[in-house]
Design a binder for this molecule. Structure first.
Ligand SMILES: *Cc1c(COP(=O)(O)O)cnc(C)c1O
Length: 216
C-alpha cells in the first residue's frame, strides 16, 4: 500500500480523540510530502540533526514532534519551532528547555518520558521521580515549559499481555497523577507493533513509523 493508503487505513480505526504522529525518521522529504498530501500534519523525529533541516525545507504548517532522547546541548536548535517534546527524561533537560524556550519567547509543550519497559535501554523517569517532580511546582520553577502529559514505550516483546500491562500501568499512573494536579491531557504510547493495544489502554497519541513509511 502507498503512504497515503497506510495513513487513511490507520486513521479509519483510530478514535477521533487519538492523534496520529507519523514518525518520519530516516525518511526523505518526498516521502513526508506524500503523507502531507494525505492530510497528515503531525510528524515525529528522533534526531535534532534530522528535524532541523526537515523543518526548514518542508511546509510551515507541519507540527514537528521530537520523540527521541534529546541531549541538553542540542535543545537550542529546536526551541524556536518544536511543537511537542515527548522525550523529556531528566530534570536537567527540563531546565534547559525552559531556558531556551525563554530565549525564543515561547512556552514549549513537553511530555515526561516514563520508564515502563523491562529493558535496560529505554530512557525515562520512574513513577516516583515524576511524583516528586510534579509535587515541586514545576510550572513555577519552569514557567517556559508546559508539562502536558506522559510518554512511554513498552518492552520490545512478542508478549502481548506484558505490553498491555505496561501500557495499563502508565495509564493508571496518569489518572492518579491527574487527581492531584489535573493539568495533564496527553498520554503518548503506542508504535507500529503495539498501537492498537495502546489505544485500548487509553493512549491519546500514537507514534507510528514503519506501518506508514515501510521498514527502515
Ligand atoms: C522510531 C520510533 C517510533 C516509531 O517506531 P515504528 O516501530 O517504526 O512505528 C515511535 N516512538 C519512538 C520514540 C521512536 O523512536
Amino acid at each position: 500500500m502507498s503512504i497515503q493508503d497506510n495513513i487513511l487505513h490507520i486513521k479509519k480505526s483510530l478514535p477521533k480523540e487519538v492523534t496520529l504522529i507519523a514518525v518520519s525518521k530516516t525518511k526523505t522529504n518526498e516521502q513526508i510530502i506524500e503523507a502531507y498530501k494525505a492530510g497528515q500534519r503531525d510528524f515525529g523525529e528522533n534526531r535534532v540533526q534530522e528535524i532541523v533541516p526537515k523543518h526548514e525545507a518542508l511546509p510551515k504548517d507541519i507540527r514537528w514532534h521530537l520523540i527521541g532522547h534529546l541531549q541538553t546541548n542540542k535543545v537550542k536548535y529546536i526551541a524556536s519551532f518544536v511543537h511537542l517534546i515527548h522525550s523529556v527524561d531528566s530534570e536537567s533537560l527540563l531546565a534547559e528547555i525552559n531556558k531556551q524556550a525563554a530565549k525564543s519567547n515561547r512556552v514549549i509543550p513537553i511530555l515526561l518520558q516514563v520508564f515502563i519497559a523491562q529493558e535496560e535501554t529505554k530512557f525515562g523517569f520512574s513513577f516516583e521521580e515524576i511524583e516528586k517532580l510534579m509535587a515541586e511546582n514545576p510550572e513555577i520553577k519552569y514557567p517556559n515549559v508546559r508539562i502536558e502529559g506522559l510518554m512511554g514505550m513498552a518492552t520490545n516483546t512478542e508478549n502481548q499481555t506484558q505490553i498491555r500491562n505496561e501500557f495499563h500501568s502508565l495509564k493508571n499512573f496518569f489518572v492518579s497523577l491527574n487527581t492531584q494536579h489535573s493539568i495533564l491531557n496527553t498520554i503518548s504510547m503506542g508504535m507500529s507493533s503495539d498501537w492498537k493495544i495502546a489505544v485500548e489502554e487509553g493512549s491519546t497519541m500514537i507514534r507510528v513509523g514503519s506501518s506508514i513509511f515501510g521498514e527502515r
